[in-house]
Design a protein around this ligand. Structure first.
Ligand code: ATP
Length: 319
């Protein structure tokens, strides 16, 4: 191969820029040309493709988001749309593509590979919900942001003897909530991997107050329930002022922490190595500290995301 493309797709994540830089600089070192595609699959379809040089990726390792831009482009599920994308890549003489994104972006990369255009997927999402990798690019930065938010809420809810509920992102994955809860010292949490009832939660909080607690913080993974309603129910049952805070997109921004920069750099370099070896349809991961690659379809359909039940049980014992 002589020319490779790189794009970021789906929700942005801190560290995507480090991954792009990893791809660009490694490829140039290996004597390849690199092309950046704007706004994910949308820009690929619209042929917005620009050559990148060493200095195109200067000063981006510290920046959150993705300088290439990202987009949701549902039309990419249609074969005709993807054919146009492949035609654009071929017109630009690009031989292979690195896709940085989440599950949906991986499916796009898989389809392109099946249709004759080799792609490698890198896990870029704060949710840590991708199978075949212990960590995704952006997760540790979002964790840092969530813990900082919990710390700030603690200051104010401790002064006012209040109960705080904080909704944390993660789509269907409780990693961000569980780890933020442990690091932020929250004893109460609701995550998708562990069944719960509102009644049990309220009983736990009541029990805490009966033991002399003056305030409480409850970490709730997004999409589990309506946190504003939960706040009302808890306030009535426990008879303590209760407020809900939804962290939202704040968790997606900010300068990436060192781990995400390093992970992005390593995975970007690894993707180029795999493409040079002629591999396609692979997703890159990190497992037990080592870079690995799996068949994208196998990762998406057959692999399970491990859940850290030990950490959950530890958290419950810190009550
Ligand atoms: P995140 O969940 O972190 O936001 P994601 O990559 O899962 O990231 P999606 O919006 O699900 O985000 O997917 C990103 C893009 O990938 C879609 O907008 C679409 O262009 C493409 N895509 C998603 N599913 C498919 C599919 N089944 N086939 C082809 N392309 C797809």
């Amino acid at each position: 191969i002589k020319k490779i493309g790189v794009l970021t797709s789906g929700g942005d994540a801190p560290g995507m820029n480090a991954a792009i830089r990893g791809v660009v600089r490694t490829a140039l070192t290996e004597g390849l040309e690199v092309y950046g595609i704007e706004d994910g699959y949308l820009g690929l379809y619209e042929n917005r493709i620009n050559q990148l040089y060493r200095y195109s990726v200067s000063d981006i390792i510290t920046r959150g988001g993705t300088f290439l831009g990202s987009a949701r482009f549902p039309a990419f599920k249609e074969k005709a749309t993807r054919q146009k994308a492949i035609d654009n890549l071929r017109q630009n003489n690009i031989d292979a593509l690195v896709v940085i994104g989440g599950d949906g972006s991986y499916l796009g990369a898989m389809r392109l590979t099946e249709e004759g255009f080799p792609c490698i997927g890198l896990p870029g999402t704060i949710d840590n919900d991708i199978r075949g990798t212990d960590y995704t690019i952006g997760y540790f930065t979002a964790l840092q942001t969530a813990v900082e938010a919990i710390d700030r809420l603690r200051d104010t809810c401790s002064s006012h003897h209040r109960i705080s509920i904080i909704e944390i992102m993660g789509r269907g994955c409780g990693d961000l909530t569980l780890n933020a809860a442990v690091a932020g010292g929250c004893e109460f949490m609701i995550i998708p991997e562990v069944s719960y009832t509102k009644e049990d939660l309220i009983e736990e909080i009541k029990f805490g107050f009966s033991k002399g607690k003056k305030h409480a913080i409850v970490a709730v993974a997004e999409h589990m329930l309506d946190v504003a309603q939960l706040a009302k129910d808890i306030e009535i049952a426990v008879k303590h002022e209760t407020r809900a805070t939804v962290l939202g997109h704040v968790q997606r921004g900010g300068s990436p922490v060192p781990y995400d920069r390093i992970l992005g750099s390593r995975m970007g370099a690894y993707a180029v190595e795999l493409l040079i070896q002629g591999q396609g349809g692979r997703s890159v991961g990190i497992q037990n500290g080592k870079l690995v690659h799996h068949d994208i379809m196998d990762a998406l359909s057959n692999m399970k995301r491990p859940f850290d039940i030990d950490l959950y049980n530890t958290a419950k014992r810190l009550f």
